[in-house]
Design a protein around this ligand. Structure first.
Ligand SMILES: [Zn+2]
Length: 101
């Protein structure tokens, strides 16, 4: 998944009369094998914000380690909920360390 795909799957822009809200989809694992996702508001901009401000905010969300992390082994950016720990993603944990998800 490249950044563009991450943005289309995990970040959405909601606009109402007053504000532009940037939402990020976060994944949690209440039970093993049963991921759950929910949208949280990551950022709020004035309704009149120019598109480049919105894009800059989207980029900032991607780079915010609260939401996304870059895996040290495959160097791909992943949603936080797909990380095995703070450094490597679940795919790499499975492939390289025999961890079963
Ligand atoms: Zn990885």
């Amino acid at each position: 998944m490249n950044d563009e795909e991450l943005i289309s799957e995990f970040i959405k822009v909601n606009q109402d009369d007053n504000k532009i809200r940037l939402l990020v989809r976060q994944i949690s694992w209440p039970h093993p094998h049963e991921p759950r996702s929910h949208w949280t508001v990551a950022s709020v901009l004035p309704q009149a914000s120019p598109p480049q401000d919105v894009d800059a905010q989207i980029q900032a969300i991607l780079e915010n380690s609260q939401y996304f992390k870059v895996c040290q082994e495959c160097a791909r950016r992943k949603p936080r909920g797909w990380m095995h720990n703070g450094n490597i993603c679940q795919s790499c944990a499975e492939r390289n360390y025999g961890v079963v998800y």
